[in-house]
Design a protein around this ligand. Structure first.
Ligand code: MG
Length: 329
């Protein structure tokens, strides 16, 4: 017997949540690609994806991962309507064809919280000391939740997700990890890494908060900086070319913001290493810009990548990919 954990995005707004259920199959898992696995169905009336009268939605496997101890495989799925057309909640389908020449590195920030009352982990006795000691910190007074971050990192590595690093972030209880991927699979991997984060934290009795500004005041919010490149950017770049890409994204700034997560206005204030949500700017090494041109790219004769700093921590990576690739091709 093999246990397959089917994972999908529900129909909740403004941001979808992750759902899963386990399918037990007799015998070996067929092949190693999602497309070899059987479709399945679920009750869409319980996930804001259907009316009660006709509630079946279809789960179509797209990518599989090695599961943690309690399941043999994790299966990222798209949701289809009963007639097998793409379901309206299926943002993956917005991306169309995205070839592997497109590389993405997402920097996922988030807070650990106490599930009972939503307080941030480490803030149970009130507001902690101001920011300064916590970023990449070490020691019991400066860091909380490290054991969960490390268990999550190990689970991602085991799953076959390319997690390229983790760090304690600027606020106490805030963490980041970076996730690299090519083409549309970059979006699958990021969603599955989030699923694993919730799953692993659950085992510790801790919740995960991906709101872009969970704590008002002089505290950093959470973003999901999106580093991206294509063949030409990596191999045949130039100053003019990189600037032209930034200009193209700037011309559709409002569209980008609409695709980059909800409540992002609370985070993109112009403070805490952000540009204001109403302004578009770009610059070399500029962490106060909408798009940062990394010094690596400049020193590499303008071959490299760009960092879109606008996406919020709760952004849907499929919508980010759809916006960037759609705008630049
Ligand atoms: Mg960060």
């Amino acid at each position: 017997m093999k246990k397959l954990e089917y994972v999908w995005l529900d129909g909740y707004k403004p941001e979808p949540m992750l759902r899963s259920k386990v399918k037990v199959i007799d015998g070996e898992i067929p092949g190693n690609q999602g497309t070899d696995l059987p479709d399945w169905s679920f009750d869409g009336s319980s996930t804001q994806q259907a009316e009660g009268g006709s509630s079946d939605c279809i789960l179509k496997p797209v990518t599989t991962y090695t599961g943690p101890a309690n399941s043999d495989s994790l299966v990222m799925c798209e949701v289809l309507s009963p007639d097998r057309s793409s379901h309206p909640s299926n943002t993956r389908s917005l991306c169309g064809e995205v070839t592997d020449e497109w590389w993405f590195g997402f920097e996922q920030e988030y807070f650990f919280t106490n599930p009972e009352d939503g307080t941030i982990l480490g803030w149970e006795d009130g507001t902690p000391r101001p920011q300064g000691d916590y970023y990449c910190g070490v020691g019991a007074g400066d860091v909380v939740g490290r054991e969960i971050s490390e268990a999550h990192m190990d689970a991602c590595i085991e799953a076959g997700i390319i997690i390229t690093g983790t760090n304690a972030e600027v606020a106490l209880g805030q963490w980041e990890y970076q996730c690299f991927g090519k083409g549309l699979k970059a979006g699958d991997d990021l969603w599955m890494s989030r699923y694993l984060l919730h799953l692993i934290a659950e085992e510790f009795g801790v919740a995960v908060n991906t709101h872009p500004k969970p704590q008002e005041g002089d505290w950093n919010g959470s973003g999901m900086h999106a580093n991206f490149s294509n063949d030409q950017m990596r191999n045949a770049g130039s100053e003019d070319f990189m600037h032209s890409l930034c200009e193209k994204l700037g011309a559709v700034h409002d569209e980008g913001i609409a695709s980059y997560g909800s409540d992002n206005d609370k985070r993109l204030t112009g403070d805490h290493e952000t540009q204001s949500i109403d302004t578009f700017s770009y610059g070399v090494s500029d962490r106060g810009a909408s798009i940062r041109i990394p010094i690596y790219t400049v020193e590499n004769n303008w071959n490299g990548y760009l960092e879109d700093r606008r996406p919020a921590s709760n952004a849907d990576p499929y919508r980010i990919i759809a916006h960037i690739v759609g705008t630049l091709t």
